[in-house]
Design a protein around this ligand. Structure first.
Ligand code: SF4
Length: 346
């Protein structure tokens, strides 16, 4: 690596970094929260959630002791709810095992629930000045271009090589700023597709820029397309109430949904399937369609309204006001809207 490359990047970062709320603090709780929220979510969206979350749960202890439903409600709309559940689990570990003080050693940070090498590196370097790399998708892209790594970045050995190169390039006096500078470069100039090499502090020493193949880096092997799943979202009403179910499987754990019937969305076939499950109802009408794309699957949903003859077992009957207090995954956004309209008419 060019001997001044790290310093060139830091100079650029000092001059051009965006002013973000979590960059004004070295509080590990705040940095951790921002890093978790920023995974899969845009900076502009995170700003509001970050401020509200810290108002609701100002300390690690407050988060540890809050009811899970309140935490999930505060996360509503951000998606990937396992992040919120793990955040709270880790807050409980910090409270119970570390007396509420965030651990300062890299291995101890890495051992907390929901914290992988990237987040541990980010917290360790920014809050505690540890010389650990924080390599996320953005940084893999920047690094593979800068060092000219032209192998598939999905391969663990290639990822290890990149993490090592980044680690060796960290200036010992400013590891947190350097990691953030790499992320900033990936977010602003060294973006997917065509990078803005003309604005980049590294353009004269970057391998891909010099070779002219930055646009095709990093190399990714082809991903399998997500699985398409037909899904009936059954809005089962009775008077001014609607049936909801709290899910417990990994992806939706703790969140509420309506009665979901997978792999079928023709109203009468769905009615038959519900009857087999002991749900006694009659079809009223179709309320529209919705689609939600998860990482590995797509739900093609049909929203169907049925009137219940009796409350179904294993579900809760809630009013519109009660429903408003429950956390729903964003996959249910269209259904929640339709359910509100149905209950409003009652
Ligand atoms: S010169 Fe271009 S490809 Fe290289 S790091 Fe900068 S923006 Fe990325």
């Amino acid at each position: 690596m060019h001997k001044d490359a790290s310093l060139m990047l830091l100079d650029w970062y000092d001059d051009f970094k965006r002013d973000l709320p979590w960059r004004r603090t070295r509080d590990p709780y705040h940095i951790w929260l921002s890093e978790i929220m920023l995974q899969q979510t845009r900076v502009e969206t995170v700003r509001g959630y970050y401020a509200r979350f810290l108002e609701l749960f100002p300390t690690v202890q407050a988060l540890a002791h809050a009811p899970q439903e309140q935490v999930l409600k505060a996360w509503e709309g951000l998606g990937y709810y396992s992040r919120a559940r793990n955040l709270q689990k880790a807050a409980q570990v910090i409270t119970n095992e570390y007396g509420g003080v965030f651990p300062k050693k890299y291995d101890a940070i890495l051992a907390l629930p929901g914290i992988g090498p990237y987040t541990a590196g980010a917290i360790g370097s920014i809050a505690f000045g540890l010389c650990e790399p924080a390599v996320d998708g953005n940084v893999y892209r920047v690094a593979s271009r800068f060092w000219g790594i032209r192998e598939d970045v999905g391969i663990p050995a290639v990822q290890k090589q990149i993490r090592q190169l980044v680690k060796e390039s960290i200036p010992p006096d400013r590891p947190g700023d350097y990691n953030q500078a790499l992320m900033e470069l990936g977010a602003t100039h060294c973006c997917p597709g065509t990078p803005r090499c003309d604005l980049c502090p590294w353009n004269e020493i970057c391998d891909a820029c010099q070779e002219g193949d930055a646009e095709v880096l990093p190399v990714h092997e082809k991903k399998r397309p997500p699985k398409q799943i037909d899904m009936a979202v059954c809005l089962l009403t009775m008077g001014d109430k609607i049936a909801v179910v709290q899910r417990s499987e990994r992806m939706l754990n703790g969140l509420y949904v309506y009665c979901l019937i997978e792999e079928e969305n023709e109203p009468n076939a769905v009615l038959q399937l519900m009857k087999e499950q002991g749900i006694d109802c009659r079809f009223v009408k179709e309320l529209g369609e919705a689609k939600h794309v998860f990482t590995h699957r797509v739900w093609n949903m049909k929203l169907l309204h049925y009137e219940l003859q009796s409350p179904p077992e294993g579900m809760q009957m809630v009013t519109r006001e009660e429903m408003a207090r429950l956390p729903f995954p964003s996959a249910m956004n269209a259904a929640v809207k339709a359910a509100n309209q149905l209950l409003e008419l009652k």
